[in-house]
Design a protein around this ligand. Structure first.
Ligand SMILES: [Zn+2]
Ligand SMILES: [Zn+2]
Ligand SMILES: [Zn+2]
Length: 416
């Protein structure tokens, strides 16, 4: 069957997350979004894991469903861990995702990792051993587990990050590198950017929301056509099976927080060539600029922009429906008007992905206001203008640049 999966999110036990990040609320939002399979996130956290055990029923195929509540949503046990250590005279900070096939494996992972770090202080625990040792430990517990470097390009906490990463999978994982079958591209990069590195051709590129609140679920995701079965999904990722792994759902990467280079405090937004022209120094404060994902991809790439490798899994770029509604209505995200319209649309349209990916403009026109339909059509055609994200600030997407008023405020268009 065809379904959409979002593997990477965080529970309420992680820092800076919404209190609503618990499995029942996640199921409600997954339904609104059109997601069938959700990572649990944070399975290393003892209290959260006790909740998962109490609330989820194993289906015997490595996936889970709620005992009470929405029976249609499936869960897969996932977690993210942070490894901070010195290698080659440089401090490395790497985030990795772990997939596990069952509660027993998670128990074994907890008892092993619990001796090496504090699991209860954060849903995403920090360890001082290497990423390579993490792979050894996890695969030693079960070869059915999967480890995937998370948001592979972000400057501070990723395998290829400009500040504390490596230049290759092999440099990081050494003899364990053959066990790395995939990387998560993260919000600030898309598969197209990653295709510029021939070294990544053997890997599968996955995309996830890394959501800290339920409305962010599925802002990036993965579309499969296979059985809802842990092993089958893991195999599709490991072997990059194009018939089973259909496409990824992407942010426009410019919208990601680290796409461009710059300085948040100084309001400096630079392209890679502007950064080089300024010798990596901020012209306002004279400190080192934060080098973003596009720059870093450029440094490690051996192919021009636009190159499409054979066997690449396609991607589709979307803007979250809430953002389209907000811009069309001229209100900010999080306002009552936007929330009410969003709820009405997903109720009527079946789900957010149904509306953004599947529905024809004619079908949308029967219940979606004209301007929002226009926004969806423009998004599908890639007709968007974006101030790129930089140094931790999200990019700003505009679908209706002609509606911008002087002074650059949110716009005051009222349609209804
Ligand atoms: Zn992370
Ligand atoms: Zn995360
Ligand atoms: Zn500065």
């Amino acid at each position: 069957m065809k379904f959409i999966a979002d593997f990477h999110l965080h529970s309420k036990y992680s820092r800076a997350t919404s209190k609503d990040m618990e499995v029942e609320t996640l199921a409600q939002w997954a339904k609104k979004k059109g997601i069938t399979l959700l990572g649990t996130g944070d399975f290393t956290h003892p209290t959260y894991f006790a909740e998962l055990r109490a609330k989820l029923e194993p289906l015997g195929n490595g996936l889970f469903k709620l005992k009470k509540g929405n029976q249609g949503i499936r869960y897969i046990l996932t977690a993210e861990v942070s490894n901070i250590y010195t290698q080659g005279g440089k401090v490395r900070r790497i985030h990795n995702l772990i997939f596990a096939p069952g509660f027993e494996e998670v128990e074994a992972i907890q008892s092993r990792l619990g001796k090496l770090g504090k699991l209860s202080s954060d849903g995403r625990p920090i360890f001082r051993f290497t990423a390579k040792e993490l792979v050894k430990m996890i695969l030693d517990i079960s070869p059915d587990c999967l480890i995937i470097p998370a948001h592979a390009w972000t400057p501070w906490f990723s395998i290829f990050g400009a500040n504390s990463g490596f230049d290759s999978i092999a440099e990081c994982f050494e003899e364990m590198a053959p066990h790395i079958h995939a990387i998560e591209t993260g919000l600030s990069s898309d598969p197209e950017m990653n295709w510029r590195l021939s070294a990544l051709d053997p890997l599968t590129l996955i995309s996830n929301s890394d959501a800290h609140s339920p409305n962010r679920l599925g802002r990036e995701a993965n579309a499969f056509d296979c059985a809802l079965d842990y092993r089958e999904i893991i195999e599709a990722i490991r072997k990059k099976e194009r018939k089973k792994f259909l496409f990824t759902i992407e942010f426009f990467p410019e919208e990601g927080k680290y796409h461009y280079d710059g300085h948040r405090q100084c309001g400096v937004i630079f392209s890679p060539s502007e950064t080089k022209a300024n010798h990596y120094v901020c012209p306002r404060c004279q400190k080192k600029l934060t080098v973003g994902v596009m720059h870093r991809v450029g440094e490690l790439s051996d192919r021009p922009e636009g190159f499409v490798p054979k066997n690449a899994i396609p991607s589709i770029h979307l803007i979250p429906l809430e953002e389209i509604v907000a811009e069309a209505l001229g209100y900010r995200i999080g306002t009552k008007a936007v929330e009410t319209e969003y709820e009405r649309l997903v109720e009527r349209g079946g789900s957010e992905f149904q509306i953004l990916l599947e529905a024809t403009p004619e079908a949308l026109a029967t219940y979606v206001p004209e301007k929002i339909v226009e926004g969806i059509v423009r998004m599908r055609q890639g007709k968007v203008s974006i101030v790129p994200g930089h140094d931790g600030v999200y990019g700003k997407v505009t679908l209706f640049p002609e509606a911008k008023r002087e002074g650059g405020s949110e716009g005051q268009l009222k349609l209804f």
